[in-house]
Each structure stands twice: as C-alpha cells, then as structure tokens.
Ligand binder design. Structure first.
Ligand code: SAM
Length: 282
C-alpha cells in the first residue's frame, strides 16, 4: 500500500462514484500503477504538480506518495470532491483541489515553478489541452514536463517520425520545442470501466528553446496547410500561403513534388523562416 487511505474500490463505493461517460471517466484503481505513472514524471520532490481530472484520486495519491511538493488538482465532477478532500486531509498543505473545468483555469495562479503536469486525461479534452500547453505565447512554457495518458493512437501521433502514417501536425508541434517519448502502454483492462482502445503514457520534456528558429504562428500555418491536404504535392497544398511557393520550397531544400509526411521538422522551419523571419527574442 502506498498510503493509509482506503483502497480505491472502497472509495468508489463509499462515494458512489460510478464512472460517467459524459465526463470521459475511466478510472485507474491500481495504486501501484498510479505510483508508476507518477515516477515516470521524474523526481517530484521540489516540484509542484498540476493534475487535470483526478477523479477518485488514484493518480493524485501516487503523486503525493512519490513526494510532490504540492499538487493542484482540477476536477469537473463535483461527486469526486469528498474523496479528494479526504486525500488533502491525509497530506496536509500539499493538495489543492479546484472544482471546475481545466480549460477555464489559470494553473499558475496556484503553482510555484518548477511545475510538472501529470494527468490521466479525459479523452474528450486531452488533445485540446496538449495543443494549448504546446502553444504558449512565450517559450519556455510554465511547465517543465508533461506526463500524460492518451489513447495509444494519439500517443503515436505525438512521437511519430517523418514518413509514417501517424506523422503530422501534432508530432511537429510537440517535437519542435520538446522531447517526446512513450514511457508506458496500458491495456483497456487497466481502467474501470475499460475503454475500447489501448492507452499510452507520453513523457514530454520542454526544451529551453526550439530546435530550429521559426515564428510559431507561421510554422503552425505552414504545417496545417501541408497536412490538411496530405495527399497532395506540397506545391499544390501550400499554393495559397505565398506567391511563388515552388521557389520557396526549393530554397528550403524541399522538392515541390514532395508530400507533407515526407518532410522533416528542420525543412518546415526553414520554409517558415523564408515566408516570415522569426521576431527577435525579447
Ligand atoms: N485521474 C483519474 C484516474 O486516473 O483514475 C481519473 C481519470 S478520467 C480518464 C478523467 C477525469 O477527468 C474524470 O474524473 C473527469 O471527471 C475529469 N474531467 C473531464 N473533463 C474535465 C475538465 N474539462 N476539467 C477537469 N476535469 C475533467
């Protein structure tokens, strides 16, 4: 046992926390597994953790037992509150529970750097949150790492390399400014109730600066245009971005007949810089 609190099945029974589909609820009830996910986030001593969707608190307990200095947990389902308050009482001063929508919360109003984000995300808002965390106004972002559970198919899109089917906007947006790897895959039976598909935990570590210079908005526009029509040759897919796109592609070392998935991150950054040089930092 990782703590002296009741087993999670008992917590669920006591507080009648039957999983609701509308909240995207698939709970992790094995505390050894939640402690393992917490450890995947690295050393938590001396770090604040932002957790989205603690539910009955299995991962929250893992994070606290693994030494997180302070956990901010935001949960939309008010039924979870009593179970989370019980955890807060067992770890005095180390857990703040906010009832509400993670999409509407400014976590830095409650946290002190360094901050790690660790979450078994609700699938319906997972990608939206990831894109938000990857596209702040300034880099480095408020977090130093993201340790996130996704459907395996989404995890594969995050870590995908050029030439693969899964390679696209998500891979480029994440890998431009962060290191991303899959650290754990889980079968449906690890969850209650089991989802239809396998899941995977992705560890994303922010780089101090982007791998290659580019203006974030221009790079996003180029990549979006390229992959929106991923079967087309880039000279056609990117035609609307700038006059004389073929010459820009060639100058960036990209054959105008190439398709979006054949082009690596550096070449997209060079192309973005040709279309609009990045503003000087500061
Ligand atoms: N972390 C828990 C676990 O591992 O057992 C629960 C994971 S469950 C997949 C996702 C949790 O996110 C649910 O408890 C759900 O109520 C909560 N949730 C869904 N949408 C949310 C939102 N927009 N903001 C905050 N929490 C949300």
């Amino acid at each position: 046992m990782i703590d002296s609190l009741p087993p999670l099945r008992e917590v669920i029974r006591t507080h009648d926390l039957r999983a609701k589909k509308s909240f995207g609820q698939n709970f992790l009830l094995d505390l050894n597994l939640t402690a393992r996910i917490a450890r995947a986030a690295g050393d938590l001593h001396g770090a604040d953790v932002f957790e989205v969707g603690p539910g009955p608190g299995g991962l929250t307990r893992g994070l606290l037992a693994e030494g997180a200095r302070h956990v901010l947990a935001v949960e939309k389902d008010p039924r979870c509150r009593p179970a989370l308050d019980q955890i807060a009482a067992a770890y005095p001063g180390r857990l703040t529970v906010v009832e509400g929508d993670a999409l509407a919360l400014d976590p830095m109003a409650h946290l002190t750097p360094p901050v790690k984000v660790v979450a078994n995300l609700p699938y319906n808002v997972g990608t939206e949150l990831l894109i938000r965390w990857m596209t702040p106004r300034a880099w480095p972002p408020f977090w130093e790492s993201l340790t996130l559970m996704f459907q395996q198919e989404v995890a594969e899109r995050i870590v995908a390399r050029p030439g693969s089917k899964a390679y696209g906007r998500l891979a480029l947006m994440v890998q431009w400014r962060a290191e991303a790897r899959v650290v754990l895959t889980l079968p449906p039976e690890a969850f209650t109730p089991p989802p239809k598909v396998r899941s995977a935990v992705v560890q994303i570590t922010a780089l101090p600066a982007p791998r290659f210079p580019a203006d974030a908005r221009v790079l996003e526009r180029v990549v979006a245009a390229a992959f929106n029509q991923r079967r087309k040759m880039l000279r056609a897919a990117l035609k609307g971005l700038a006059p004389g796109i073929e010459a820009h592609l060639e100058a960036a070392g990209i054959p105008p007949t190439a398709r979006a998935e054949e082009v690596g991150l550096e070449a997209y950054c060079i192309l973005a810089c040709r279309l609009a040089p990045p503003a000087a930092p500061g």
